[in-house]
Design a protein around this ligand. Structure first.
Ligand code: GTP
Ligand code: NA
Ligand code: MG
Length: 345
């Protein structure tokens, strides 16, 4: 019997913000990928999911000399669209996640979908950290690749420092107008009451170590109960799509529990899980790539499920079931219990 604190699932973090605030690019910077450049019109149109193993997070936060012990197995990050026409998709994010990153462009400040995102987070009582993106756009910014933000700021000229302070002050005022207290994270003495701001650049990586560390430390500190691993499967469908070589597949986020190859799915369709696929760690689920096969997968993860009968059942159903729960009968579950739970939704 493991203590709850020793058996935590990976926290799920969703990224929200106005269109082009830099959400996907921020993830690209952490992953070392180019997902954003491959998007049609540079616009995210689906929910994405990327798994970061704790070893990668540890490595990325090394420069902060934090002796914090990371107790979670990793972090599942869910990317969302910021464009105004995707309100529906965006609204799933806060329902899936434990914590969020609200991305605000340092040059633009708070915009309509920033406010919409704030409302979604409030509605679901989801805690969040603000990434103040594109710090490298401050005129004359001296790039300090992947440096902690405090160090990077110390390297800047007086002019850059002044512009930074002026923009930060304005954005703190804008948040105040929305009824929120915010402060630079390393000056924030009352996390939980005052929201932390981490300036970042997705081009040169400044502030990325800080963002990751604040995120993981905060979830570990405040959410041990919520993150205690539970066997009950909790799983949300992101998308149904044809995937070359696999036929019709379902992309899901496994929030809690374990999925096994061969598990019976009872809702929204009756079939058996044929294969459990994930992208490699640090790769985006919504981008076609090379998949890893698993006999079983523990939460939290972004997973592609294949089954033989999807293609017939899914015709015309794709849109209807996206965003709904997937009900799974595991090896130790009672079929009737699961069916009852599905009916109650
Ligand atoms: P949607 O998903 O469509 O809402 O946009 P997004 O928030 O994911 O923003 P995206 O990552 O697509 O970035 C928008 C534009 O800003 C792209 O041209 C990026 O290259 C640019 N950008 C993002 N982050 C940074 C940054 O830190 N510095 C600079 N200079 N440009 C950035
Ligand atoms: Na974009
Ligand atoms: Mg995006």
């Amino acid at each position: 019997f493991k203590q709850a604190e020793e058996n935590l699932r990976s926290p799920i973090c969703c990224i929200l913000g106005h269109v082009d605030a830099g959400k996907t690019r921020l993830l690209d910077c952490i992953r070392g990928t180019n997902v954003q450049e491959g998007e049609a019109g540079g616009i995210t149109q689906q929910i994405g999911a990327t798994y970061f193993p704790v070893e990668n997070i540890q490595k990325r936060t090394e420069k902060l000399n934090a002796d914090a012990k990371l107790k979670v197995p990793g972090l599942l990050v869910v990317d969302t669209p910021g464009h105004e026409s995707f309100t529906n998709l965006r609204s799933w994010g806060p329902g899936l996640c434990d914590i969020a990153i609200l991305v605000v462009d340092i040059m633009d400040g708070i915009k309509p979908q920033t406010i919409e995102s704030l409302d979604l987070l409030k509605e679901r009582s989801v805690d969040f950290i603000i990434a103040l993106s594109k710090a490298d756009k401050l005129y004359g910014w001296k790039s300090c690749k992947n440096a902690p933000i405090k160090k990077a700021l110390e390297q800047q000229s007086k002019d850059v420092e002044d512009e930074f302070k002026m923009r930060l002050r304005n954005i703190i005022t804008q948040f105040k107008e929305q009824g929120l207290n915010t402060e630079l994270y390393y000056k924030n003495k009352e996390m939980g009451k005052t929201f932390s701001i981490v300036p970042t650049s997705a081009i040169s990586g400044e502030g990325i170590p800080d963002l990751l560390l604040v995120l993981v430390n905060w979830t570990q500190k405040t959410m041990v109960k919520k993150l205690a691993f539970r066997n009950e499967v909790q799983c949300t469908i992101l998308e149904v799509k044809v995937c070359e070589g696999y036929g019709t597949t379902i992309d899901v986020v496994l929030i809690n529990g374990v999925l096994h190859e061969g598990d019976k799915i009872v809702e929204p369709i009756d079939t058996k899980i044929q294969a459990l696929l994930t992208p490699h760690p640090m790769k985006e689920l919504r981008v076609k790539g090379v998949y890893q096969h698993h006999k079983e997968i523990k939460a939290a993860q972004g997973i592609k499920i294949t089954a033989q009968r999807f293609y017939i059942i899914m015709q015309g159903l794709q849109d209807a079931i996206a965003g709904t729960s997937l009900y799974v009968v595991g090896p130790n579950d009672d079929l009737e219990d699961v069916k009852k739970a599905a009916m109650e939704e």
